[in-house]
Design a protein around this ligand. Structure first.
Ligand SMILES: Cc1ncc(C[n+]2csc(CCOP(=O)(O)OP(=O)(O)O)c2C)c(N)n1
Length: 579
C-alpha cells in the first residue's frame, strides 16, 4: 500500500467516518486515495480554519475524535487558530497536514512551513513523520493522545514522499507511549476527604465545567445524581452548560463575568466549593485573591497541571471526573455524618433571595414596529424550538450574542452547546454548525451569531449549500461589534473606536447568492413569525434579526473585580451591588 492508503486504512480502523479538509499540492496523494475509497467521507470546507472548527464541533457534539486534513504551508498555518481553540477548550481532534518532500525540508521550498514548530504551542502533541515504517503507529498514537487524559488537538505532519512510498500495513493495537500515562482513577482517600467536607458544609456549591462534558454522558448522569442526593446548588462555566439541566431548581445558571447574580454571589459566599472538571479561568474567578474567599475548595481535574495553578485548593482530586463523581456517590452513603439540613435550608433561602433579583430581566416593548431586544430574540428562539418538541444543537460565534445565548437559551443535555470558550474565536460558530450537522444529519442545528463574527467565516455558506445541510444561521445584527462597543461604552468613555460596521452585506441577498434561503425580521411583530418560518423550513436558512443596536450584556463583573461587585446594569443607574 502507499503511505496515503495506509493513512486512510488506519483512520478507518480507528473508526473515523468523516474528515473535514481542504486539498493542496502536499496532500494530493492522500486526496487521490480518498477518491478511490468508500469508507471515509470527506467534507470540503472552504477554509482550513473552518475545517478545524468543524472537526472540533463534530468531536464535542459526538464524543468522538474530530479529524481535519490540510495541505502544507498556508493550509497548515490556517489551522493555527482552530488548533489553539481546541487546546484551550480541551477538544480532541487530530489534524493531518501534508509537508513538502523530505529532501526539500529546510530549503524554503514552495509551500514549506515549519508546521511542527509553528503548531508546537498550539497542540497537545505534534509530530513530523520522518520514517515511513512509523506512519501507522504515529497516527494511532495521535488518536490516543488526543482522546485520553485531558483531551486536545494533535497534529501529524506527513511529507509527500511518505504518502507516495510503499509501506506494508497490518492492523495493530495502539502502542501506548511509556511517558504518557494519564491518571484516570482518583485517590480513594481524596474522595473520602472530599465527601466528608461536603457533608459538613453549611453553604456548599458545585462549580462544574467542560470537563464533565468531555468525560462523556456518564459524568453528566452522575452529576445529576450527586446534586440530587446532596441537595446542593449547582453552577456551571460556559463550557459546562448542559451537563446539568438548566430547568432544574438546583441549577443557578452560569457563573463568572456574565453569569447570574445568584451563581456569583453563591460562589462568593459559599463555605465549600466543589469544582468538577473546571479550571478556574479568569472569566470565572474575576479577582483571584477575592475568589470564593471563605471556602474550603475541592478540585477534581484529570490534568494535574491545573491543580493549584490559579487557586490554591484544599482537596485536590486527580482523575476522570466521571469516575470521581461515581466514587463520591458511593462514598456519600458510607459516611456516617449527615448534612446539616437547617444550615442548608438557610443557604437556599439566601440563594432564593438573590434569585429573586431576577438579574436577567429586560424590557421588551411588544408594540408592533418596536425594536427587537437581542435577549428576547434568543429567549423566543428557545421557546419556539421547545414548542415544536425539539432539542436543538446550538453553536455560537463570540460576543454579546454568545453570552446572551448562555443566559437565555437553556441547555438540558450535554454535548448540545458548541462555543469557543477559552480562545473566544470569532468565526467559530458557522463552521462548527457544519461539523454538528454532519454528525447529526437529522437534528435541528442553529448557529446563534453576531453579524461581525459571521463575516469571519462566511465562505462556509458554500459548504452548507454543497452538502445540503439544513442548519439555521441566526444572526443578531446590531451593526456593532457589540461586545467591543459595550466595553468601549463602559470603560473607554463611549469612544466607539472602529467597532461599528459602516458597511455590511444584505444578508438575505448574500444567502440567496449562495443558493440558501435568506429571511429577515426587523421589528418585534415579525420576530415569532420569522423564527417559526425558519424552523419550519426544511433546508438551510440565514436569518437576520435586526436588533437594538446599543443593548448591553448584564450582569457583568468588570474584569479583575470580585464576584460581589457584579453589575446588574449600567453603573450610572446605581445598580452596582455592594458586598
Ligand atoms: C478572531 C477574533 N477577533 C477579535 C475578537 C475580539 N472580539 C470579541 S467580541 C467582538 C465583537 C463581536 O461582534 P459580533 O459578532 O457582531 O457579536 P456581538 O458582540 O455584536 O453580539 C470582537 C471583535 C475575537 N473575539 N475574535
Amino acid at each position: 500500500m502507499t503511505g496515503a492508503e495506509v493513512l486512510l486504512q488506519v483512520l478507518a480502523d480507528l473508526g473515523v467516518e468523516v474528515i473535514f479538509g481542504y486539498p493542496g499540492g502536499a496532500v494530493l496523494p492522500i486526496y487521490d486515495a480518498i477518491f478511490q475509497q468508500g469508507k471515509i467521507r470527506h467534507i470540503l470546507t472552504r477554509h482550513e480554519q473552518a475545517a478545524v472548527h468543524a472537526a472540533e464541533a463534530y468531536a464535542r457534539s459526538t464524543g468522538k475524535i474530530g479529524v481535519a486534513l490540510v495541505t502544507s504551508g498556508p493550509g497548515a498555518t490556517n489551522t493555527v487558530t482552530g488548533l489553539v481553540d481546541a487546546l484551550m477548550d480541551s477538544i480532541p481532534i487530530v489534524c493531518i497536514s501534508g509537508q513538502v518532500f523530505s529532501n526539500l525540508i529546510g530549503n524554503d521550498a514552495f509551500q514549506e512551513a515549519d508546521t511542527v514548530g509553528i503548531t508546537r504551542a498550539a497542540t497537545k502533541f505534534n509530530y513530523l513523520v520522518k520514517e515511513k515504517e512509523k506512519l501507522a503507529d504515529k497516527i494511532r498514537e495521535a488518536f490516543y493522545i488526543a482522546g485520553s487524559g485531558r483531551p486536545g488537538p494533535v497534529l501529524v505532519d506527513i511529507p509527500k514522499d511518505l504518502q507516495l512510498a510503499q509501506i506494508p500495513y497490518s492492523k495493530k493495537e495502539t502502542k501506548i507511549h511509556p511517558s504518557y500515562k494519564p491518571v484516570t482513577e482518583p485517590s480513594h482517600q481524596a474522595i473520602k476527604d472530599a465527601v466528608k467536607a461536603m457533608k459538613k458544609a453549611k453553604r456548599p456549591i458545585f462549580y462544574t465545567g467542560g470537563g464533565i462534558i468531555n468525560s462523556g454522558p456518564h459524568a453528566s448522569e452522575g452529576l445529576r445524581e450527586l446534586v440530587k442526593i446532596s441537595g446542593f446548588p449547582c453552577t456551571s462555566t460556559l463550557m459546562g452548560l448542559g451537563a446539568y439541566p438548566a430547568s432544574d431548581k438546583q441549577f443557578l445558571g452560569m457563573l463568572g463575568m456574565h453569569g447570574t447574580y445568584e451563581a456569583n454571589l453563591a460562589t462568593h459566599g459559599c463555605d465549600v466549593l466543589i469544582a468538577l472538571g473546571a479550571r478556574f479561568d479568569d472569566r470565572v474567578t474575576g479577582s483571584v485573591k477575592d475568589f470564593s474567599p471563605n471556602a474550603l475548595k475541592i478540585h477534581a481535574d484529570i490534568d494535574p497541571s491545573q491543580i493549584n495553578k490559579i487557586i490554591l485548593v484544599d482537596i485536590p482530586i486527580i482523575g476522570d471526573v466521571a469516575r470521581t463523581i461515581e466514587l463520591m456517590i458511593e462514598e456519600w452513603d458510607k459516611q456516617p455524618i449527615s448534612v446539616d439540613q437547617d444550615a442548608l435550608k438557610e443557604w437556599w433561602d439566601q440563594i432564593e433571595q438573590w434569585r429573586g433579583v431576577d438579574c436577567l430581566k429586560y424590557q421588551q416593548d411588544m408594540q408592533a414596529g418596536e425594536v427587537i431586544k437581542p435577549q428576547h430574540a434568543i429567549r423566543r428562539l428557545s421557546e419556539l424550538v421547545r414548542a415544536k418538541g425539539k432539542e436543538a444543537y446550538i453553536s455560537t460565534e463570540v460576543g454579546q450574542h454568545q453570552m446572551w445565548t448562555a443566559q437565555y437559551f437553556p441547555f438540558e443535555s450535554p454535548n448540545h452547546f458548541m462555543t469557543s470558550g477559552g480562545l473566544g474565536t470569532m468565526g467559530y460558530g458557522l463552521p462548527a454548525a457544519v461539523g454538528i450537522q454532519i454528525a447529526h444529519p437529522d437534528a435541528l442545528v442553529i448557529d446563534i451569531a453576531g453579524e461581525a463574527s459571521t463575516m469571519m467565516n462566511i465562505q462556509e455558506l458554500a459548504t452548507i449549500k454543497q452538502y445540503r445541510l439544513p442548519l439555521k444561521v441566526f444572526i443578531l445584527n446590531n451593526r456593532y461589534m457589540g461586545m467591543v462597543r459595550q466595553w468601549q461604552e463602559l470603560i473607554h468613555g463611549g469612544r466607539y473606536s472602529e467597532s461599528y460596521s459602516e458597511s455590511l452585506p444584505d444578508f438575505v441577498k448574500l444567502a440567496e447568492s449562495f443558493g440558501i434561503k435568506g429571511m429577515r425580521a426587523r421589528t418585534i411583530d415579525e420576530l415569532d413569525i420569522m423564527v417559526n418560518a425558519m424552523l419550519d423550513e426544511p433546508g438551510p436558512v440565514v436569518m437576520e434579526i435586526q436588533v437594538e443596536r446599543e443593548e448591553n450584556c448584564f450582569p457583568m463583573i468588570p474584569a479583575g473585580a470580585p464576584h460581589n461587585q457584579i453589575l446588574l446594569g449600567p453603573v450610572k443607574e446605581k445598580t452596582k451591588i455592594a458586598s
